[in-house]
Ligand binder design. Structure first.
Ligand SMILES: NC(=O)c1ccc[n+]([C@@H]2O[C@H](COP(=O)([O-])OP(=O)(O)OC[C@H]3O[C@@H](n4cnc5c(N)ncnc54)[C@H](OP(=O)(O)O)[C@@H]3O)[C@@H](O)[C@H]2O)c1
Length: 343
């Protein structure tokens, strides 16, 4: 006798914007998952929800109640965190792409993450796997340092400046193309990359890292000029907005974001405009590079869906580092990396 088919896992979705609508379209390929309802601000707004459009609601409880898995794709910090607290109280597994909430409201999220109840692969490098390898295969090594390009908008802006386009003109074009937010501060002042690297640091070496520990070390690309960026290129280096987790020289870790000129043979120098990359250095494994697309509707929804499938199978989500790791003494600076003076 064949086993009785399992009832579909019930998925509540908060948000059907860029990522949420793409997730709904991908979910149509998964009859083993059933959407309870999708929270939106304006149900009348036209949106492409594919062949199995779910019920839209403006009442969060309609999406959360009765859901086995609640997926948060709203953005923001306080309100989405409060909604996820409601979902957690009701016993749901949680999935989110919200790096701002994870970074800034870590004390609330941390117990859920420690319990393996949260999937958030999409929050860092979208559909390119980062959290999975960092909390999986790479746990066999002790981390020496990590450098990453985590914001595609800044990578695009720097690429345009290398071509001689002024910062303001490049930013206006990025906004026209839909790369940059209407309020570009999150991207260009480094906050988006800082959110992501704070998550990475907590999952690898510094579970106690507070958001306020990161704030003093965040600089974006606003001070860069085409002349400065081109001068680095002429000198054989490439300018990058680098998010880093590095020994602070005093027994702890410094986590931050700043423009750096990297040598032309540095792994972050090879990136095509708009792509993300992460360079992990561990004592046993050596240097590992992870690179791929770091934003976009389907790219991000792909990782969100993977987390939903993992939750539906009852597999735990990634867990933070157990305790603060001591930086290794011999932590060679990445060869050929120079930090330019503040603009
Ligand atoms: N876009 C990317 O490439 C990307 C990549 C990685 C991570 N993320 C993260 O994914 C999350 C979602 O991003 P997104 O680009 O999909 O955002 P978005 O396009 O702005 O979509 C936000 C959704 O939330 C809904 N919403 C906002 N405020 C609401 C309210 N007060 N009540 C009910 N619904 C509300 C909106 O409803 P309406 O549709 O009715 O306006 C919309 O459906 C964010 O945390 C973002 O950082 C995005």
């Amino acid at each position: 006798m064949s086993p009785a088919p399992r009832a579909p896992a019930r998925v509540g979705i908060l948000g059907a914007g860029t990522v949420g609508a793409a997730l709904v379209r991908l979910l149509a390929r998964h009859p083993e998952l059933a959407v309870t309802a999708v929270l939106v601000r304006d149900p009348a707004r036209p949106r492409d929800l594919g062949p199995r459009p779910p019920r839209l609601t403006t009442d969060p409880d309609e999406a959360i109640d009765g859901a086995d898995i609640v997926v948060e794709l709203l953005g923001g910090v306080s309100w989405p965190t409060a909604l996820m607290a409601r979902a957690a109280e009701r016993g749901a597994r949680l999935v989110t792409a919200n790096k701002a909430a994870l970074a800034e409201a870590w004390p609330t999220w941390r117990p859920w993450v420690e319990a393996g109840r949260v999937g958030f692969e999409a929050a860092v490098m979208a559909g390119t796997p980062a959290i999975g390898p960092l909390t999986g295969a790479l746990r066999g090594s002790r981390m020496r340092s990590l450098e990453a390009v985590l914001n595609g908008t800044c990578a695009y802006l720097i690429g345009e400046m290398e071509r001689g386009v002024a910062f303001e003109a490049a930013l206006a074009e990025a906004q026209r193309l839909g790369y940059a937010e209407a309020d570009p501060s999150l991207d260009v002042d480094g906050w988006d990359a800082a959110h992501k690297v704070a998550i990475v640091a907590r999952m690898t070496v510094a579970p106690d890292l507070a958001w306020t520990d990161v704030l003093p070390h965040v600089r974006g690309v606003r001070g860069l000029t085409p002349a400065g960026v081109r001068a680095e290129r002429t000198a054989g280096r490439r300018m990058r907005l680098v998010a880093y987790v590095e020994p602070d020289g005093a027994g702890g870790w410094r986590v931050g974001v700043e423009p750096r000129a990297v040598a032309s043979d540095h792994p972050l120098a090879f990136l095509a405009d708009g792509r993300n990359a992460l360079v992990y250095r561990g004592d046993a494994v050596g240097e590992v590079w992870i690179a791929g697309p770091g934003a976009g509707a389907d790219v991000t929804a792909s990782a969100v869906l993977a987390d939903v499938l993992q939750a539906a199978r009852g597999e735990p989500g990634p867990r933070p580092a157990w305790a603060v790791a001591s930086p290794l003494d011999a932590s060679p600076a990445i060869p050929g990396t120079a930090t330019p003076p503040p603009a």
